[in-house]
Design a protein around this ligand. Structure first.
Ligand code: FES
Length: 275
């Protein structure tokens, strides 16, 4: 069994709130808690309450998050500190000093945003596009790559015409079965990635569409250099109970109705099932 297969097998048996992302060989004396030489914690904060990532995100309702102030405050915490007052009393562990080596405080604000939609995949992305365009100055390039089977399957054409009036908004459209009169691009939506010359640095991509599109788009985004935690997708599935009981929406070890539907590609890779 390969390491990757072992990761998938173990994740399929774990609860949804814990995930193994890698495996390394260690000595038999290794203790996951006491032998770890470093840990990374990720905290997510949102300005608005949203169903997306609702189980993993804190909310600061209606208030701005002062990113620069947070960065300045985090400097105070860097270095070696005594954490005795936050530790459980355990005489076997006399040293409660920990070294905080770095804080990385980031926000999507200021980044380039790429939306890749196939067919009706534009529906769940639409509200995010509208929000980004309403706050146009807060982002870099805003690019929509949209594919459909035929010209008449292209969604929100009226909206797109309106969005294109907003300076800096870019939209590239393709169909894979052109009909009479179609003069635009022909091919699958991933063929637009090079055409749009999408940026890689400081960029997040939101991908939504049928599975056959999903894999080719993700492959091409990764080939271009986007990192797996900067690619975000929604894994909508036919749902029945919607409360995590019937398993109808299961993909590998995750239940889309309660854990998702939004995942980073970094998470999707470890779900234990091909998408
Ligand atoms: S729809 Fe029933 S478990 Fe998700």
């Amino acid at each position: 069994m390969t390491t990757q297969q072992l990761v998938m097998a173990m994740n399929s048996k774990l609860d949804s709130d814990i995930m193994i992302t890698g495996i390394w060989q260690v000595p038999d004396s290794f203790n996951a808690r006491y032998s770890a030489i470093s840990r990374t914690y990720i905290y997510l904060l949102a300005r608005k309450r949203t169903p997306l990532n609702r189980l993993y995100t804190g909310y600061i309702s209606g208030k701005e998050i002062a990113i620069e102030d947070l960065r300045a405050m985090s400097e105070v915490l860097k270095g070696s500190h005594n954490f005795t007052s936050l530790s459980k009393n355990n005489p076997a562990i006399p040293n409660h000093n920990c070294n905080i080596s770095s804080f990385i405080i980031e926000e999507i604000k200021g980044k380039n945003i790429i939306y890749v939609a196939g067919g009706i995949g534009l529906i769940p992305l639409r509200s995010s596009i509208v929000h980004a365009l309403q706050h146009r100055n807060e982002f870099g390039r805003i690019i929509v790559l949209l594919g459909a089977r035929t010209p008449k399957d292209l969604m929100y054409q009226y909206n797109i015409e309106e969005w294109l009036k907003i300076p800096g908004f870019e939209c590239y459209v393709t169909v894979d079965q052109p009909t009479d009169g179609w003069t635009g691009h022909t091919g699958f939506v991933n063929s637009l990635i090079d055409k749009a010359n999408i940026p890689v640095e400081n960029t997040v991509a939101f991908v939504c569409g049928p599975p056959v599109m999903f894999n080719s788009v993700i492959n091409d985004l990764m080939k271009r250099g986007l990192k797996d935690d900067c690619i975000i997708s929604t894994l909508e599935r036919h749902m029945k109970c919607g409360i995590g009981k019937c398993q109808h929406c299961a993909i590998g070890r995750t239940l889309v109705c309660t854990d998702g539907p939004v995942y980073t590609y970094k998470q999707i890779k470890t779900l234990g099932e091909e998408i």
